[in-house]
Design a protein around this ligand. Sequence first.
Ligand code: PAF
Length: 284
Amino acid sequence: MQQITLIKELRAVLDAQRAQGRRLAFVPTMGNLHAGHIRLVEDARQHGDVVVCSIFVNPLQFGRNEDLDSYPRTLDADMVQLRAARCDVLFTPTASEMYPQGLEAQTIVSVPGVSERHCGASRPGHFDGVATVVSKLFNMVQPQTALFGLKDYQQFQVISHMVADLCMPITLVGVATQREHTGLALSSRNGYLSAQEKVRAVALYQSLLQAGSSLQQGDSIAGVEAQAALQLAAAGFRLDYFSVCHAATLEPASPQDRALVILAAAWMGKTRLIDNLLVTLPLL
Ligand code: PAF
């Protein structure tokens, strides 16, 4: 695996690969890799001859009071895992390589609609930061395919809209959420949880499963959301949102909608966790 920190060098290496007709599959990450990321890297092999991964803790997508400084940086351990997963090229730029004019002077990519509710409302500017860094990385790597985890379902929709709106010639692949045996979705932020919090955090996925089966049984959306709020509070969560949405627009679902996603975010102590569940209801 070749580690590269400069954009110029990355372009030279990847241009040479493209010149030989090799297809590039790209997995952008912020590091602190877990089995969910490694699954993306392994799946990337099915989509490309050269697997490119990036690790960059993107300051533009963190709010003022968020965990940018404490976000876990574990490059050595990440590289061991990436080598084992047969990543070919690892791009690890510095913040000044990515944002040479500083964050204030950076052109911003902003995706209306799907970015506005849920995490977009709770974390102002977050999706602008994600869309901006992902579009920069796409321009640097120029992959045929890019893979993202569906745990960040709203992020995947934001990036999908960006790619369509800006006519980027890139196929996006969303990979199913990887979970612990308890059902807890793998996340770099799980490392912030105490052992006791981790046990209680399982309630997030359980509340999604419960809500999904209640919707299948014909319960009302409002009733299902209210029930989940009670269930999460009882487990010790402070709810941010628990929302049954149209799976493509992420607007609140109407009773006629059949393809749904339930999006949830909640605080367990000082840790904000997100998760989601896709639900397809039978035709009316
Ligand atoms: O999902 C992530 O890790 C990040 O939001 C991403 C897509 C790498 C952009 O910084």
